[in-house]
Design a protein around this ligand. Sequence first.
Ligand code: CP
Length: 336
Amino acid sequence: MKKDFITVQDFTKQELMEMIDLSLALKQAINSGYFPPLMKDLTLGMIFQQSSTRTRVSFETAMQQLGGHAQYLGPGMIQLGDHETIEDTGKVLSRLVDILMARVIEHQTVIDLGASASVPVINGMSDKTHPTQAIADVITMIEHLPDGKKLQDCKVVFTGDGTQVCVSLAFICTRLGMHFVQYGPVTHHMNDEVQAILDANVKEYGGSWELSDDRNSVRGADFFYTDVWYGLYESELPKEERVRIFQEYQINRELMQLGSLGAKFMHCLPATRGEDVTDEVIDSPVSICWDQAGNRLTAMRGLLVYFNRNRQAHSDLEISAAKEALDNKMAKIFNL
Ligand code: CP
């Protein structure tokens, strides 16, 4: 049965760790010169209702490295939800490509696409969640673990708005038994629905979560993380107002100094330098956001292979029989 990747919450800790381990194994193979043809001759359909650098390029590169191909279906390029319903689009594209990813304006669109498509659908970001980013984030943390600490020992502090990036990060950290804090204005904390999910995660997997506007809450952070203050989805307040609200949650040297010794800086990117983070921090040796961006590719390779694993493989015997049948038919058509 096909499975979609709409939110990290649809997967257990063990399944999430399998995705991460697979991604790391593929990274090691490719960095050592072996490009496994695990998506050979397959096509990924990439639906984008919003612009993207990292998500688009990493998916396309991943498909190429694994022997497949990606089709970019950018904003306005297909009839999704316009002349054609989302459900009809899902049914049609399932017959034209082997796997789909979608960056959508409204979360319900990617849910409806998953429900109507017979091929796996991966959420490339919605207004609610950004699960592929969360996988890349944990991979990056694993590669930059503080000396002597395991993932479960780490404290992750997200500063600013409770965006879909913050939510997905909170989901994955609490699913993996880590310690998560959103440090931001009370008016922009993650909502009650998300809080209930975090409670359930902590009950099942351990770890902790906290929402706070108190600067002391960041103390001892191993990883600081932030997002832009006005991105693709945040339009309820004018830009100047958002800058005023989030100014005190900027990641700068003073905030980083409240973290643990050797605390790292992360960002989903793009960053607005001078607003959500200072040049001094993002360009410093503690900044791992560039590795994190590179790990979008690491994650996409793993996710493509993971969600494609139920595809029926054909035996060599089946393939040679199919070739012979086609050769015979063509010989008749062309009088060979
Ligand atoms: N972080 C992220 O999703 O980047 P893009 O919007 O460029 O894909």
